[in-house]
Design a protein around this ligand. Sequence first.
Ligand code: CMC
Length: 391
Amino acid sequence: TGYFTYDPGFMSTAACKSAVTFIDGDQGILLYRGYPIEQLAKQSSFLEVSYLLMNGELPTQAEFTAFDHEVTHHTMMRESQKNFLNGFHYDAHPMAMLCASVGSLAAFYHDGLDMNDPAQRRLSAIRLLAKMPTIAAACYRYSIGWPIRYPRNNLEYVTRFLTMMFEVPSEPLKLNPVAAKALDLLFILHADHEQNASTSTVRLIGSTGANPYACVAGGIAALWGPAHGGANEAVLKMLAEIGDVKNVAKAVDRAKDKNSGFRLMGFGHRVYKNFDPRATIIREMTHEVLKELGVSDPLLDVALALEQVALKDEYFIERKLYPNVDFYSGIIYKALGIPTEMFTVMFAIARTAGWVAHWLEQHESADAKIGRPRQIYTGAPTREYKPIITR
Ligand code: CMC
């Protein structure tokens, strides 16, 4: 009983109007501000895409230079934030550290933030975009016991991040341009995806007027789950567990058995019921990147075989289950030397562009309201309280 439409999982409820990203799940179309993901993947860069998502238009050269300068000059972490990081146990999961560290930014930048001032809102969005790679790399280095590296502001976004991750003072980091290009491309593909669980979380928290650092920390928490961004880590663990092409058929059978509690990670999507255009792009680049980096990974053979078997299987055909963006991303991250626990952190860095774009849009919207879902009550009817001795 109830007076509301019952829509668990928001299968058919539009919670907002948005001009950021368009998805047609049946046709496999993904547009950022009207631009097809295929064109952006081929011709743009992550920072340009971030500008596009936040501002609605592609930048002119002068606008891009100014944006790049601004982002670059907000990359530093406060020294005292390191103390915060030092409180974590040495083997804390980097997502746990990232979530808490980003939330803690509110304590460093919250005072004086006037949420009604568009310039201040924009500055906090820039801060999040700029600091996310610094915090992410710091979490990684803390987890392996290495000292944190400063962001080198003479480098561009992705190279700066890779340098903070892997540089040691004694030997300058030899960065393969193929690696930087591949990571930039993965960041573009993950930058936004309409009202997914983490973006909806950012918007729900944002709807209360909470500060943007708290909103994005909430987004990171939502992203962590294996049904969402945590899938990339889960895919690699699954492929490693399958281990060999000869075990693939058994794994597919297990995924079909509802009692097994096992799903093929990296398969299926709430919106894409034909193919995930991001997966198509990643699948092509995986071969290329591995070849150019001179890496041969037997897990790629396992992934290819798994895809082959699943795509021919009635169970997966009937349910329209196809590989999603995260089926191949882990193999590329691994080839780039990124440890498995950092995969979802990579996703978080990229999705920050989308989170802040949606948060900015929400605060400019004329019909913004606090998010307040209703429920269908299934509990007891009104009843009399009984003192404990009479129960
Ligand atoms: N392996 C086996 N069966 C599956 C899978 C899978 N990966 N995904 C869905 N199914 C089955 C499910 O059991 C159900 O079967 P039935 O109709 O017989 O009960 C049917 O397909 C529909 O599944 P659902 O859970 O109702 O679909 P959903 O739209 O609620 O969930 C999903 C979408 C992505 C959570 C789900 O497909 C899944 O858990 N996939 C694995 C995790 C994953 O790869 N997530 C990353 C998503 S893409 C990255 C991102 O944007 O976050």
